[in-house]
Write a protein of this length. Structure first.
Length: 110
């Protein structure tokens, strides 16, 4: 706060959402924005965010039966690959030094 700005002393928190919504509508209309178009844009952003969350969840389906070697490190685990027909187990360790994963097969299915 700068020296020549007055301090707000009678600040009261607003609990009623209708007061906030009407203030936002007044602000948008005074700035020549259409509230319906803004609602459409916000819905589009919400849908895009939900789609990115779904795609992130689907990206982990490459590995089956993950068994973490260390419980607190997610970059080092033993698992089966989803594309493997034989069902072999693989060791995967991500090397931060080379920025690539180290993947080797155990050549066993049990």
């Amino acid at each position: 706060m700068q020296l020549n700005e007055p301090e707000i002393t009678n600040h009261k928190p607003v609990i009623d959402n209708s007061v906030i919504l009407s203030a936002v509508e007044t602000l948008l209309s005074s700035a020549c924005y259409d509230t319906k178009q803004l609602n459409v844009a916000l819905d589009v952003l919400k849908n895009a965010k939900e789609q990115t969350l779904v795609s992130k969840k689907q990206s982990n389906s490459f590995w089956f039966d993950k068994t973490f070697i260390y419980p607190d490190i997610e970059d080092c685990f033993i698992s089966k690959r989803a594309i493997s027909i034989s069902g072999q187990w693989y060791l995967r360790i991500y090397e931060y030094k080379n920025n690539k994963p180290f993947v080797r097969s155990f050549k066993t299915i049990d």
